[in-house]
Write a protein that binds this ligand. Sequence first.
Ligand code: GLN
Length: 198
Amino acid sequence: MKIGVLCLQGAFIEHINILNKLGIEAFEIRQKKDIYQKFDGIILPGGESTTMGKLLRELDIFDILIDKIKNDMPVFGTCAGLLLLSKEIANDNRRHLSTLNVIAKRNAYGRQLGSFNIIEKFNGKDIPMTFIRAPYIEKVGENVEILSIVNDKIVAVREKNQLATAFHPELTDCYDVHEYFINMVENNIKNLNIKRGV
Ligand code: GLN
């Protein structure tokens, strides 16, 4: 299994470190040529969604990425990565990849409460969560499974091959969310092999 991590800006090294600790091969996606190699899943890190969205377009990676996600490649977006995936951003006119059927709110906790740590449930299990000028999800569409609710706000979801968290699991030493994602990638590899008759 090989996972690409978008390394244009933001907290990408932390994702690569966790993948390596879990024994997963990771590589950096920095330019268009990187995305043409064979890989099985992609991580969109936290950072600044507008900057990442702009760079994705400038580097001409934007449409290839949408294509891969629409063709069932597992994708995991954290914080700004969640905003890149969201179909709509309630308090921003910009749209980025727009593949995840949710309406997110950007910098949703206000300046004072923008960053905090909490232990809450992800997929039914308590884990530490770090929020940094985080979004939350105001509304989910059909087929979107809610995996975490913190202070009455939706902060982790899954829609088929797309996983998104408003918090940063890569900034804690709990690897549960990454393991959840790796499991999604493993299942997708199995399904592809079945389809190909391998
Ligand atoms: N506030 C950032 C944005 O709107 C997200 C913050 C983060 O990724 N930690 O893109």
